[in-house]
Design a protein around this ligand. Structure first.
Ligand code: KE4
Length: 430
């Protein structure tokens, strides 16, 4: 596979960007080798600067749920940008976006646009602390909520990939205010709340974990967290930056029927442009400046170009049968992976929820982070490269989820599973 143009770019990038990238997980550090540099992408495919093409199961880490470079999104952006890229003055599209999010996610009575998932989650935590007057927050080991200081404690995603779940630079005094629970462990959550429930400002959870590979909630678990937060007066925050508009039109809270007090979003609502949002109960959101005293701000928040890309994407995902199609495609994909692994005699399992999935080199059905950590990541890394050289781009880490778009059709799935049959045989032989 020709890689000299990516290699030349990476060599230059290493001199100028930490690790040669603008976000750690892109660097292939855990899977080894050098990252490829993208040239273009269209539908379910991405092409690198050396002309290699891959079926893309990252989709910019979630935003491209309707596929790359959809004409409907590009046209919406072209039309809006002709009138100016950003005003720093309210514009009508911000209101339209707020109407769409509050309509599609009824728990969000009000919403505030920001520019990334990180901004959304750190703002939601500040709101929970400000509204309750309490300082402690609860997160779950392996979950990732962006790089806000309070979250870089036993964090997932890139922090986990590099074995840096607790980042230097986070003051101990602050990290000590972040309490960690094991995901899907009912008793541990009850015990913690019995001990310190009155000190807990908020619980932030990925309602389907997508940053420690893919771990869905066990039946009743989200309801259990809801009941504990209600009983102890803590704010329940669903971090739906990844699951929002991905696992169903109304996100995980619609799929599982559990109503959080606050929700955070990103990715899909930007359609590929930098966007995040947080929203929830009116009595909470009204405490955000300038309506209330809790401060949060952003120069580019709600800019018309990002709103146009997001709104065009939200329109595409509301087409009839959109999620049924995603589910059917992902069901076929993971079943095909499991059949190919079995054929090659490789211990393997999958988890998935609608259009997000996880691949595990273990025969176990993974419900706990400990199991994800115990899976054979070395074998995953070899599988990653065996698939990449056959034109399939999976998440470059055993601790990430994969993403299916509406543009992944029969041809893409067939291509992927043909590569998987060969890749599992290759992995089995090593
Ligand atoms: P951003 O700040 O990267 O927009 O969002 C942070 C975030 C918050 N919450 C959840 C549940 C998330 O998954 C994320 C970001 N996801 C990662 C992928 N695991 C983004 C990829 C990256 O870091 O480059």
């Amino acid at each position: 596979m020709k890689t000299d143009r990516s290699h030349a770019l990476y060599t230059r990038a290493l001199e100028l960007l930490p690790g040669g990238v603008n976000s750690p997980v892109r660097a292939f550090k855990s899977v080894g080798g050098e990252p490829f540099f993208a040239r273009r992408a269209k539908g379910a495919w991405i092409e690198d600067v050396d002309g290699n093409r891959y079926v893309d199961y990252i989709g910019s880490w979630g935003p491209m749920i309707a596929g790359h470079a959809r004409e409907e999104v590009l046209e919406a952006v072209r039309e809006v940008m002709a009138d100016g890229l950003s005003f720093g003055v309210p514009n009508a599209l911000e209101v339209t976006m707020a109407e769409e999010i509050t309509r599609l996610v009824p728990s969000c009575e009000m919403v505030r646009m920001v520019n990334s998932g990180t901004e959304a989650t750190l703002s939601a935590i500040r709101l929970a602390r400000g509204a309750t007057g309490r300082s402690r927050i609860v997160k779950f080991e392996g979950c990732y909520h962006g790089h806000g200081d309070s979250f870089l404690v036993k964090a997932g995603s890139g922090a986990l990939t590099f074995g840096l779940p607790n980042s230097p630079g986070v003051p101990k005094a602050l990290a000590d205010l972040t309490l960690i629970l094991p995901y899907n462990d009912f008793e541990a959550a009850t015990r913690l709340f019995d001990e310190v429930g009155k000190d807990i400002a908020g619980v932030i959870v990925e309602p389907v974990v997508g940053n420690a590979n893919c771990i869905p909630p066990e039946p009743g678990y989200l309801e259990h967290l809801r009941a504990l937060c209600t009983k102890h007066g803590a704010v329940l925050i669903f971090d739906e930056v990844m699951t929002g508009f991905r696992v169903s039109l109304g996100g995980a809270q619609q799929l599982y029927g559990v109503r959080p007090d606050l929700s955070t979003f990103g990715k899909i609502i930007g359609g590929g442009m930098p966007v995040g949002a947080y929203g929830g109960r009116r009595d909470l959101m009204q405490q955000i400046a300038p309506a209330g005293p809790i401060y949060q701000a952003g120069t580019l928040s709600g800019n018309p170009v990002a709103m146009a890309a997001g709104l065009a994407t939200l329109k595409l995902i509301q087409q009839p049968g959109f999620y049924e199609g995603l589910s059917a495609t992902t069901d076929a994909l993971v079943a095909g992976f499991e059949a190919a692994a079995a054929e090659a005699g490789v211990a393997f399992s999958t988890r998935h929820v609608c259009a997000m999935f996880g691949l595990y080199f273990t025969a176990e059905r993974v419900t706990r982070f400990e199991q994800a950590k115990a899976a054979d990541t070395a074998r995953f890394n070899r599988f990653f490269h065996a698939m990449l050289k056959r034109g399939v781009y999976l998440a470059p880490s055993a601790f990430e989820a994969g993403f299916v778009s509406s543009m992944h059709g029969e041809a893409e799935i067939a291509h992927t599973l043909e590569a998987a049959r060969a890749a599992f045989r290759e992995v089995a032989a090593t």
